[in-house]
Design a binder for this molecule. Structure first.
Ligand code: FPP
Length: 248
């Protein structure tokens, strides 16, 4: 695995041989970033999409196995039609670009969330990126799109109940592992580190099941200003923690 030691002395030192396997990020603060500059909120999302490109590319370069980002929540439909459409357009543009580079980068793309209410063109791009990349062995990028943690749990409960009714499952044999198989994140290890920029200290319905033993890193930096250095700080903080998973 390549080693990229930060050259500047004031940058957090990261042990790249002991990276978390899975980092999840709440890309928050785009609107405030734009407001501070007198720009429309949509400009903040465009800047946020650029930051996502930089961070996802870097995560791939350092050999991260899984990156999950919160791009659009089940609650984000409450925003203006203009803002929703701008976010969807940024996603479309990103997926079109990603399709061109996937084979070279070996990035595997997945989507967590109910894609059925999305516009057919975006849904088709999600299907294509998922299909093209399903056998790739590089970093797996999971984009949470029309995703909500509670919605995911309710869907899982319904699917399990349906399997019970139809004789494919037995409530007496339900375990945490089996339940995990009903979630959008099936097959993906739980996040080790969850990063939330923008100074908000909450989870906002993100990966409610999967976050059970995650380490959290909060920073005041707004998502469009989030940088590789900030990522180093987050990983260094994570590496300084003692994870006991309920043990001693
Ligand atoms: C939260 O910031 C951000 C979102 C709801 C949208 C995130 C979307 C992108 C970064 C662009 C598309 C994504 C990809 C993967 C290409 P906010 O708007 O709530 O910020 P605020 O709290 O400052 O208002």
């Amino acid at each position: 695995m390549p080693l990229f030691w930060p050259e500047k002395k004031n940058i957090a030192q990261v042990d790249f041989d002991k990276l978390p396997r899975h980092i999840a990020m709440i890309m928050d603060g785009n609107g405030r970033w734009a407001k501070k500059r007198g720009l429309p909120r949509t400009a903040g999302h465009a800047a946020g999409a650029e930051t996502f490109r930089t961070i996802a590319t870097y995560c791939k370069e350092i050999g991260l196995e899984y990156l999950t980002v919160y791009a659009f929540s089940t609650e984000n439909w409450r925003r203006s039609a203009e803002e929703v459409s701008a976010i969807m357009d940024l996603l479309k543009r990103y997926l079109l670009e990603a399709i061109g580079k996937m084979e070279r980068d070996r990035v595997k793309m997945e989507f967590f969330g109910d894609l059925s209410p999305l516009a057919p063109e975006l849904r088709e791009l999600c299907r294509r990126t998922r299909e093209i990349s399903k056998g790739y062995d590089g970093c797996q990028v999971n984009i949470c799109l029309n995703y909500g943690g509670r919605d995911e749990l309710v869907r899982a409960a319904k699917a399990f109940a349906q399997d019970c009714v139809e004789g494919r499952a037995d409530p007496n044999h339900l375990s945490q592992e089996r339940f995990g198989g009903y979630l959008f994140s099936r097959g993906v290890p739980d996040p080790d580190l969850i990063i939330r920029p923008s100074g908000e200290l909450r989870l906002s319905n993100f990966l409610l099941w999967q976050c059970a033993y995650a380490e959290f890193y909060f920073t005041d930096v707004l998502w469009p200003d989030f940088s590789k250095e900030e990522l180093h700080r987050a990983i260094a903080a994570y590496q300084g923690r003692s994870r006991r998973f309920g043990g001693v």
